[in-house]
Design a protein around this ligand. Structure first.
Ligand SMILES: Cc1cc2nc3c(=O)[nH]c(=O)nc-3n(C[C@H](O)[C@H](O)[C@H](O)COP(=O)(O)OP(=O)(O)OC[C@H]3O[C@@H](n4cnc5c(N)ncnc54)[C@H](O)[C@@H]3O)c2cc1C
Ligand code: FES
Length: 359
């Protein structure tokens, strides 16, 4: 009986404290209206206390936020010229001393508690929100789905091969976005394809594995800094969903410069993960300059495999001659990027000619 009374009293005290904290948050931490100025635009006013990232999105300024504001991607960099408070330890994980000195901050970690003046990359002011309809969806490996979208509004999206969009996951308490590379070339407009690997319990990948033809999808974009050099002898090296941007880039090169020398190196664990192999082999018959190398790192379970085995950076080391490549696009898991980067730089390819995206 005494225990029961003690539990009831403690629960009551806990509940009362929670209510007090809520009220304190509501009334004592009320920062009132705060003005936010972005670049040279007219300042706008928001209720203080929220995240800068959310204030920007509410004004339809869609800066990159690949982790959806969780503070784990470091993509939402902005320069805070005034206001913003002290830099948090979570931000220091992503920012160099030089960036901190220049006022660079992560917009998802900055709270709007006073007037703020912020600079964002001018390109971000051109990023738009799009509505699209799912026209088809199919599995290309047991865990990777190709989703084809058709733009509804606006009906055109100008992007460079290698760029990505941020898909909004509906039904969440706060706006939630995840980054997905565009897998189709610009010529596929008004359609675009995404390639999505299902992550167990993944919010964004789970959503894109559930959508059906006819469903509407909202995304923002385009984002990403890769610029395909004209006349580059291009080498693409990737694994997993790193295939998505490489498919966009190589299909674009096939359409615009079919005689261009280029290489595709794709690493997978098993044959069933070696997505689009037949497609690229067919493409290489139309594109005499395209050389295609797929390699399996765990070939034991793929009895009928007639291709290369081992890690993909080993294939790069075997097939690429010093001086072959003038531009490299790397995309895949971090370990693959590190290993491929070492091989490529050992072959004398300058670091600034190698672009990489890790995911
Ligand atoms: C620029 C860019 C482009 C991208 N393009 C693509 C693309 O074309 N196709 C694609 O499928 N993905 C792509 N991604 C990754 C994608 O944005 C998501 O991070 C991924 O889909 C996981 O999100 P989620 O919401 O499903 O998982 P979350 O709900 O965020 O995470 C669920 C759980 O899984 C863990 N987790 C998250 N990611 C991984 C992972 N990769 N492997 C194992 N565990 C993980 C988390 O730590 C968490 O515990 C890209 C990322 C970036 C930054
Ligand atoms: S760190 Fe990912 S959105 Fe801010």
């Amino acid at each position: 009986m005494t225990y029961l009374v003690a539990i009831v009293i403690l629960s009551g005290i806990g509940g009362a404290l929670a209510v007090l904290l809520l009220l304190a948050g509501r009334y004592l931490c009320n920062y009132g209206p705060c003005s936010v100025q972005v670049n040279d635009r007219e300042p706008f006013v928001v209720d203080g206390g929220g995240k800068l990232l959310e204030a920007l999105y509410a004004r339809r300024i869609f800066i990159p936020s690949a982790c959806g504001g969780q503070g784990t991607c470091g993509f939402c960099r902005v320069q805070v010229l005034s206001g913003g408070g002290p830099v948090l330890p979570t931000e220091r994980l992503f920012l160099s001393e030089e960036e901190v000195a220049r006022g660079v901050r992560l917009a998802c970690q900055v709270k709007v508690r006073e007037a703020l003046s912020v600079q964002v990359k001018p390109d971000y002011l051109d990023v738009r929100e799009y509505r699209a309809r799912v026209v088809s969806a199919r599995l290309v490996t047991p865990d990777t789905r190709e989703v084809r979208l058709r733009l509804l509004e606006p009906q055109a999206l100008a992007f460079r091969p290698g760029q990505y969009v941020q898909v909004m996951v509906p039904g969440r308490r706060e706006p939630t976005y995840r980054a997905y590379s565009i897998a189709s070339p610009p010529s596929a407009a008004p359609d675009l394809e995404l390639l999505v690997r299902r992550i167990p319990d993944g919010v964004g990948s789970g959503y894109l594995h559930r959508v059906d033809p006819g469903d509407e999808v909202v995304f923002t974009g385009p984002y990403g800094d890769f610029v395909l050099q004209p006349d580059a002898a291009l080498v693409c090296v990737g694994g997993g969903c790193g295939m998505a941007p490489m498919r966009s880039i190589l299909r674009h090169v096939a359409e615009t410069r079919p005689g261009q020398p280029c290489w595709l190196f794709f690493g997978a664990r098993t044959a069933e993960q070696a997505m689009y192999r037949q497609d690229f082999e067919a493409l290489s018959r139309q594109m005499p300059g395209l050389r295609v190398h797929y390699a399996l790192s765990e070939p034991e379970t793929s009895a009928a495999w007639d291709g290369e085995t081992g890690f993909i950076h080993e294939s790069v080391a075997r097939h690429l001659q010093d001086g072959d490549a003038t531009q490299v696009f790397l995309c895949g898991p971090p370990a693959m990027i590190t290993a491929a980067m070492a091989v490529l730089t050992a072959k004398g390819i300058p670091r600034e000619r190698i672009f990489y995206d890790e995911f």
